[in-house]
Ligand binder design. Structure first.
Ligand SMILES: CC(C)(COP(=O)(O)OP(=O)(O)OC[C@H]1O[C@@H](n2cnc3c(N)ncnc32)[C@H](O)[C@@H]1OP(=O)(O)O)[C@@H](O)C(=O)NCCC(=O)NCCS
Length: 383
């Protein structure tokens, strides 16, 4: 909402458009996809079914889901040009940079946008959603000096991604946990990357270029990049016994604690709750418990300390627990944010398709605060 300055910094509280894809209910800590709570979808659905639901706005019947699954599987193989872009990237580059380029390259043969042809746009989205997972796995393996693993059409989206990433099929439990993590990250109303996708697509730019822009927005540490930073923080803390003192120091020095805070939530992020429940089950089956223990103490100490201050609205968000979960699956921290994109690409696509039904270019106004009548000074007269 605009304050006395005449604008709203960071567009806080500004309603920029209407959507029926998802809603964040920040005061009560609830998130719904097209009206259904994420808890219910996490319990009963699959990532593929949620993608269909998000794109088409209705739950699929069995026939529709079978057809959709077949289309997702048929689109998993990357075009040679995208493989070449990935291969050309230096191994030192962050995977989000490579992914942004790879997704832009997915559109080399994309036709200009036809807003009226929604069916075509949805098929195009399915292709990008499917290929993006293959690209993320391939980028990771290139970095680690490993040969790419071809997609396996026998496997679900989550299973196949872990298979392409690790070179071996995941066990049922880990595949299920990963599938639920994908569901939880699928959409989140007008978050920064979705807004970026919508802004670019509102110019009638191609889907691939709009999604590529969203990947850039997601990469930042204030957004999706936070999941990688949370694990860097846990590693820097070093051991659970250091965590309480670390939190006290962070709060005293006004340092930002990654994985905490949100523009909309004023209570616990519901995704963090579901992720933590799964993480606790998984950690019980593993020998290495230190990262979880460190984060648990950071989590509890933050909530305890903040509750004594005026900042009691700062709570853990989705990124606090996701990295710890992925680490228990032996995934490297640098791949956490690309994995966020593997899921969120479905939300970005759904928003664009929804918006194109009644498109108007995003073009907000600015409050100009510079001088109004400056004289041009010739080069020879400048100091
Ligand atoms: C998510 C985030 C970008 C929201 O930003 P925002 O709505 O603009 O909120 P602000 O950054 O203005 O925060 C408001 C106040 O809370 C404090 N705050 C917000 N997040 C904090 C955090 N993670 N740790 C400590 N303090 C925090 C800010 O310092 C600010 O304090 P001030 O009023 O004294 O200046 C912000 O909370 C953040 O940077 N969190 C860490 C990164 C993260 O986890 N991102 C993932 C989001 S899903």
């Amino acid at each position: 909402m605009a304050d006395e300055s005449g604008f709203s910094k960071g567009l806080a509280g500004v309603v920029a458009d209407a959507t029926s894809v998802s809603q964040v209910q920040g005061e009560v800590g609830r998130l719904i996809y097209r009206g259904i709570s994420i808890e219910e979808l996490a319990e009963k659905s699959t990532y593929e079914e949620c993608v269909y639901f998000s794109l088409y706005g209705k739950l699929p019947n069995q026939n529709e889901l079978n057809k959709f699954n077949a289309e997702m599987k048929a689109n998993r193989v990357l075009p040679k040009t995208v493989e070449a872009v990935i291969a050309a990237a230096p191994r030192s580059a962050h995977p989000m940079s490579i992914l942004q380029a790879a997704v832009a390259a997915m559109g080399f043969d994309e036709n200009p946008v036809n807003l009226k042809n929604e069916e075509h746009n949805i098929h195009n989205a399915i292709k990008i959603i499917s290929q993006l997972a293959t690209a993320v796995a391939r980028i990771s393996r290139e970095r680690r000096g490993l040969a790419a693993v071809a997609p396996n059409p026998e496997l679900s989206h989550a299973e196949n991604f872990l298979y392409m990433l690790n070179g071996s099929k995941p066990n049922k439990e880990e595949a299920h946990i990963f599938d639920v993590a994908l569901i939880l990250h699928l959409d989140h109303d007008f978050n920064a990357s979705t807004f970026a996708a919508r802004v670019v697509a509102s110019t009638e730019a191609k889907l691939s270029l709009s999604i590529s822009a969203a990947i850039g927005a997601l990469s930042g540490p204030l957004h999706g990049g936070a999941n990688e930073k949370v694990l860097e923080m846990a590693d820097a803390i070093g051991a659970p016994e250091n965590a309480k003192a670390w939190v006290a120091n962070a709060l005293a020095t006004k340092a930002k604690v990654m994985g905490f805070g949100h523009r909309v939530y004023r209570t616990m992020d519901p995704r963090a709750k579901v992720l933590r429940g799964m993480l606790e089950k998984l950690v019980a089956t593993k020998k290495e418990k230190d990262t979880y223990e460190t984060l648990r103490i950071v989590h509890d100490s933050m909530i305890e300390e903040l509750s004594k201050t005026s900042k009691d609205y700062i709570w853990p968000n989705v990124d606090f627990w996701s990295g710890a979960l992925y680490r228990l699956m032996d995934i490297e921290s640098i791949d956490f944010t690309p994995i966020f994109a593997v899921s969120r690409v479905a939300g970005w696509s759904s928003h664009i398709i929804e918006m194109w039904r009644d498109n108007r270019i995003y073009r907000p106004a600015a409050k100009y605060v510079g001088p109004a009548d400056v004289k041009y000074v010739d080069m020879k007269n400048r100091k």
